[in-house]
Design a protein around this ligand. Structure first.
Ligand SMILES: Cc1ncc(COP(=O)(O)O)c(C=O)c1O
Length: 461
C-alpha cells in the first residue's frame, strides 16, 4: 500500500517522521460502541419522545470515539505535508496512519492505493476519470445513481435488474461475452441501498476475472455493517463514505489497484498532486497524492480511521445487534396487513439492516410524515436515488409504475424499542389511519395545525 510520500508534496519540507502510537491495539470488544446524540428527544404532536433513528442508510450518527479522536486531533491541528513545525509533522503522520487504518479496514493488498475522497460518489467520479481510455463498464440497473451514472453513457453496458443471483451471473456473463474490449470494469454494489440485500461479491469477482475484466465494489451500505475484504473477495476497487460509517466529517475512500490510478488523469489538479512543475511542463505524483490535490481533509481522514478502528474492534457485537433488530423489523412489518417488503432476490436473501416497504392504500410520503410527526421516528421515503430498481420492484402486473416506498434502516443509533414503535405505528396506521388530519399540499403532506417540528432552535454556531 502506498502511504508515506518520500518528500513534502509541494516540495521543500521532508516527510513526517513523528512516531505516534498506533490508533488501536485491541482485542474484540463485546459491547456496542456509543453514538453521539443517543439520548436525542424530538417533538411530536403528543409531546417529546426519544428519537427512533431508523435512517442509517442515508447517514449514520457519529461515534463517540470518532468525536473524541477529532477533538484530540484538533488540539494539534496543522497542515498536512506542507510544514516543518511539530504540529504539522504530527498531523501529517496521523493522516498517513489514517490511510493505513483504512487500508486494513478494507482488507487492502500491500500494493493497493488508498485515496481519501469526499464520498462514494466522489470516489466513482475519480475512478471514472482514471479509467484507461475506451474502458467498457458493466453495471446493473440495481445500482444507486452514484454508481450507475458516472461512467459515461457510451461506454456503459447497462444490465437489467435480475431476479436471482444466478440470473445476474448469467446476464453479466452474456454481456462480457458480447462486449469484448481491452479494458473492462464490472461495477457492483455489495449491499443494496433499497433492499439491503447482499451480493456475493467473490462470485462476481471470479466471473469478471475469468473474462479478463476488473470489478469495483460499492460498499456504501456495507461499511458500517459487515466486513469489507478487498483481497479476500479478490475485488479490484472498493468505495465507501465516512458519513455512512459513523464519521460524518466529509471524507470517503477509494481503494484498490494502483496501476490504473497511477496512470490515470489526476483528479484534482493543483498543489500536492505534482512531483515537479517547470515552464516546460508538469510531472504528476503517483500514489494517493496524485488524486488528492489541495490541502487534504485530515480531520475527515482521522474521523474515518477512528470509526474503522472502532467498528473492527466491536464487529461481533455490531453484527449481533443489527441481526436482532432486523429480524424484529422484518417479522413485525411482515405481519402487518397490506405491508409489502421490497426484494430483488426474495425475502429470505441475506441482507443488512435496510428494509424498504409499501403500505397498501397509503402514500409512502404520508407514511414517513406520520411516523415522524406522530411517533418521533426517522425514516426515508422515495426512490432512494435508485429509480431503475424501485420502478422495477414496484411495477405491478399491468406494467404500471407505482411510485415510491418507505425505507427503515438500522444501525448503532437504533434500538429494539424504536423498531417496535415503527411496527406498531405502521400497524396502527393500517388499522385506524393517522391520528392527525393530513392534507396533501403543493409542497407535500401537511399536518392540520402546527407541525411540532417547526420549533425555533438555536443555531449551533
Ligand atoms: C449503495 C450506495 N452507493 C452510493 C451512494 C452514494 O453515497 P454518497 O452520497 O456518500 O456519495 C449511496 C448513498 O446513499 C448508496 O447507498
Amino acid at each position: 500500500m502506498s502511504v508515506l510520500p518520500s518528500t513534502s508534496l509541494c516540495g521543500g519540507a521532508p516527510a513526517p517522521v513523528v512516531r505516534t502510537r498506533a490508533l488501536h491495539v485491541v482485542p474484540e470488544a463485546a459491547s456496542l460502541p456509543a453514538v453521539v446524540g443517543a439520548g436525542l428527544r424530538v417533538p411530536t404532536l403528543s409531546g417529546d419522545t426519544a428519537y427512533a433513528n431508523l435512517d442509517h442508510a442515508a447517514s449514520t450518527p457519529a461515534l463517540e470515539t470518532v468525536r473524541a479522536a477529532v477533538d484530540r486531533a484538533l488540539e494539534t491541528y496543522s497542515s498536512v505535508h506542507r510544514g516543518a513545525g511539530f504540529a504539522s509533522r504530527l498531523t501529517s503522520a496521523w493522516y498517513e496512519q489514517a490511510r493505513a487504518e483504512v487500508a486494513s479496514f478494507v482488507g487492502a493488498r500491500a500494493d493497493d492505493s488508498v485515496v481519501f475522497t469526499r464520498t462514494t460518489t466522489d470516489s466513482w467520479a475519480l475512478l471514472s476519470k482514471a479509467l484507461p481510455s475506451r474502458t467498457t463498464v458493466f453495471v446493473f440497473g440495481t445500482e444507486h445513481h452514484s454508481t450507475l451514472l458516472p461512467w459515461g453513457r457510451f461506454r456503459t453496458v447497462r444490465l437489467p435488474v435480475p431476479q436471482t443471483v444466478e440470473d445476474a451471473r448469467a446476464l453479466l456473463e452474456e454481456a462480457l461475452n458480447d462486449h469484448p474490449s481491452r479494458h473492462r470494469l464490472v461495477v457492483l454494489t455489495a449491499a443494496s441501498n433499497v433492499t439491503g440485500e447482499v451480493w456475493p461479491i467473490e462470485r462476481f469477482a471470479t466471473l469478471a476475472h475469468d473474462h479478463g475484466a476488473r470489478i469495483a465494489v460499492d460498499a456504501a451500505q456495507l461499511s458500517a455493517h459487515r466486513r469489507i475484504d478487498l483481497a479476500g473477495w479478490d475485488a479490484d476497487y472498493v468505495a465507501f463514505s465516512g458519513h455512512k460509517t459513523y464519521a460524518p466529517y466529509g471524507a470517503g475512500v477509494l481503494a484498490g489497484r494502483s496501476d490504473w490510478l497511477d496512470a490515470g488523469s489526476p483528479y484534482l489538479l493543483g498543489g500536492g498532486a505534482t512531483r515537479s512543475v517547470t515552464e516546460e511542463g508538469t510531472t504528476w505524483a503517483t500514489g494517493p497524492a496524485r488524486h488528492e490535490g489541495g490541502s487534504p481533509n485530515v480531520i475527515g481522514a482521522i474521523a474515518l480511521a477512528a470509526a474503522c478502528a472502532t467498528i473492527s474492534r466491536h464487529r461481533d457485537a455490531i453484527e449481533a445487534h443489527e441481526e436482532q433488530l432486523l429480524e424484529r423489523l422484518t417479522t413485525g412489518l411482515g405481519e402487518v396487513p397490506g405491508v409489502e417488503l421490497l426484494s430483488i432476490f426474495g425475502e429470505d436473501h441475506d441482507r443488512v439492516g435496510v428494509v424498504a416497504f409499501t403500505v397498501d392504500g397509503w402514500d409512502s410520503s404520508l407514511v414517513s410524515q406520520v411516523l415522524s410527526v406522530e411517533h418521533g421516528i426517522g425514516v426515508r421515503d422515495g426512490k432512494f436515488c435508485a429509480h431503475l430498481l424501485v420502478d422495477e420492484l414496484l411495477e405491478d402486473p399491468w406494467g404500471e409504475r407505482s411510485g415510491t416506498a418507505v425505507r427503515a434502516s438500522i444501525g448503532l443509533g437504533s434500538t429494539l424499542e424504536g423498531v417496535d414503535r415503527l411496527v406498531s405505528a405502521v400497524a396502527g396506521l393500517v388499522a385506524q389511519g393517522p391520528s392527525a388530519d393530513w392534507t396533501l399540499t403543493e409542497s407535500g403532506w401537511a399536518v392540520d395545525g402546527t407541525d411540532p417540528r417547526d420549533v425555533e432552535v438555536e443555531r449551533p454556531w
